[in-house]
Ligand binder design. Structure first.
Ligand code: GUN
Length: 280
């Protein structure tokens, strides 16, 4: 059977390390504060935002919560971001996505001070990642690098295939793997012969957003498989983009859903918050 990569345990270890660091910082008089902004009340977003605030409380990071109504105008949201940018005590600003259709996400992301952009979505931070300079990195892909490293999986020199090219996961994932000296291919919905391309991978990262799409025909014997998808099927059971039961017997290591990549996103957000306060 493959090694099951335990995201819950690894994220727990990271959060405990951060808690200790925050205690040390507090002893030096440094406080950390994350502002969390949600527009509307999408139930999934409410769960994510709640989990982020809980993680802050556990680690010892102060959180400010802004729950704005669905009808909030773009101007009102930009005004709030401007205020939070100016607030000295706020280290990190997180605007939960997706935003309602009448608000342009790109404009909102660009309005956040890059030094407070703990999501790593601002073009300045994306550009810094691209050219190997310091900056905030998107939390899900940086969490995946931690999963691999802390599970003893070597990245350098490996053939990595990322399926999915989103700005939040696929693209930064490819850049991070490249930074770790992997050979990287980015595949997507228009890729020809996706099965053959995926089968080249020593490390396969799947972020396609389609439940159980990846079966063993896409996976080389002995590959490491990282599943970014989170879905709920008809009987409310959670599953990923990978057909776990079909793929697990052929790979050397795999992330489960739930309990794989999911918990890492929040751990890395907390890591970015601590880093934002250390950078001041
Ligand atoms: N919506 C889904 N994932 C994320 C994330 O990582 N950050 C933000 N801000 N919104 C999200």
């Amino acid at each position: 059977m493959p090694q099951i990569i335990d995201g819950k345990a690894i994220s727990g270890a990271i959060k405990d390390e951060l808690k200790e660091k925050v205690e040390e910082m507090k002893a030096e008089g440094i406080r950390i504060c994350l502002a969390v902004v949600q527009v509307g009340n999408d139930p999934a977003s409410s769960v994510y935002v709640g989990n982020k605030k809980k993680a802050c409380a556990y680690i010892g990071i102060d959180s400010l919560s802004y729950e704005l109504p669905e009808e909030t105008t773009q101007e009102e949201l930009l005004d709030l971001i401007g205020e939070l940018n100016a607030k000295k005590e706020v280290n990190g600003i997180l605007v939960q996505l997706p935003l309602p259709d009448h608000i342009d996400e790109d404009t909102v992301i660009r309005a956040i001070d890059p030094k407070k952009d703990v999501d790593g979505f601002h073009p300045q931070n994306v550009g810094a990642l691209c050219i190997g300079q310091p900056g905030f990195v998107s939390c899900t892909p940086s969490g995946i690098i931690q999963l691999l490293k802390r599970s003893g999986i070597e990245i350098a020199g490996k053939e990595c295939v990322v399926i999915g090219r989103s700005n939040i996961v696929g693209k930064p994932m490819a850049l991070l793997l490249l930074r770790e000296n992997a050979t990287v291919t980015v595949a997507h919905s228009k890729t020809k012969n996706l099965r053959e391309v995926a089968k080249r991978a020593d490390i396969l990262v799947v972020a396609v957003g389609k439940p159980k799409m990846i079966t063993r025909e896409y996976v080389k014997e002995g590959a490491v498989v990282i599943d970014v998808g989170i879905h709920r099927n008809e009987d409310k059971k959670m599953c990923g983009d990978v057909d776990y039961d079909d793929v697990a017997p052929v790979c050397s290591a795999i992330t489960p859903v739930p309990g794989g990549v999911g918990p890492m996103t929040i751990a890395m957000l907390m890591n970015n918050c601590v880093a934002s306060a250390s950078m001041k």
